[in-house]
Each structure stands twice: as C-alpha cells, then as structure tokens.
Design a binder for this molecule. Structure first.
Ligand code: MG
Length: 146
C-alpha cells in the first residue's frame, strides 16, 4: 500500500479562521508570530472537506498526518494531538508525526501547503495544496483516488 502524508495547518486545519478570531490585543502582541500564541491550535476548525478526505484517503493509502509544531510554542505540540484525537479519532489513531524534517519520512505522497520544514526535499511527490492544480480537497482526491 502506498504511503500518504497529510499536513495539518491550511490542509486539515483552518488556520486563517483562528487568526480572524483573535482579539486586537493578541494580534498586536503576536504580530507576525500568530503560531506562538498559547493554545492557539486547540480549537481551530477543519478545512472544508478535510475530514472526509482523510477518511477516504485512508481507505486506499497508508495515511499519516505529518505536521510541524512551532518550537517556541509548547502548547501547540499538545494541541495538535488533541485536535487529531477529536476530529480523526480512528483513522488517525497513532498516526500523528510532528517533525521539522518532513523529508526524513519515506513515502509516496505528501500533501502540504508549504515547502518549508523539509517538504521540498521529500523523496516522494509533493502535492502542493492550495495551489494549482490542487487548490482544494476535491482536486486532490480526484488525483489520488481511483
Ligand atoms: Mg501547512
């Protein structure tokens, strides 16, 4: 079975939604470093279609979540496992990998909205989520599912 890795922020998790919810005080205090706000990651909603997409991918691929948690925000490391336990309790059970070196994971596909944290050196195919030809989950599933 081929291996697929799925990023969290802006792929499974609606990060911009959280920024829109921030108070003006927090926005100013953490200007440019929103990912360092304590507990910021805990209550973010899923991206449209992301949960169903992960389930469907899991039926045809050995599927894992491969995310990077901010080094200077320890709560993010906790928040991310809690998020996965809440939204994908079964299909992502013990399938969360937090890493700043995504290229060290071997596999066939990596669905990610960025090239940082090793994505550009990933050994398989980088599906660049959010950019053409993969602007959303529908286009990704059309490509990956039989
Ligand atoms: Mg991301």
């Amino acid at each position: 079975m081929e291996i697929v890795y799925v990023d969290m922020d802006n792929v499974l998790v609606d990060f911009p939604w959280g920024i829109n919810q921030l108070s003006e005080e927090l926005k100013q205090e953490y200007e440019g470093d929103f990912d360092e706000i304590p507990n910021f990651f805990r209550d973010l909603p899923p991206v449209d279609g992301a949960i169903e997409a992960y389930h469907r991918l899991s039926e045809q691929y050995d599927t894992y979540i491969l995310s990077t948690a901010p080094w200077h925000n320890p709560t993010a490391w906790i928040d991310k496992v809690l998020w996965v336990q809440e939204h994908l309790p079964e299909s992502a059970y013990k399938r969360l990998i937090l890493s700043h070196h995504k290229n060290l994971n071997k596999g066939d596909y990596l669905i990610d909205d960025r090239e940082a944290n090793g994505v550009s050196e990933f050994g398989g195919e980088h599906i660049h989520f959010g950019e053409e030809p993969f602007p959303n989950w529908k286009t990704v599933l059309d490509y990956l599912l039989e």
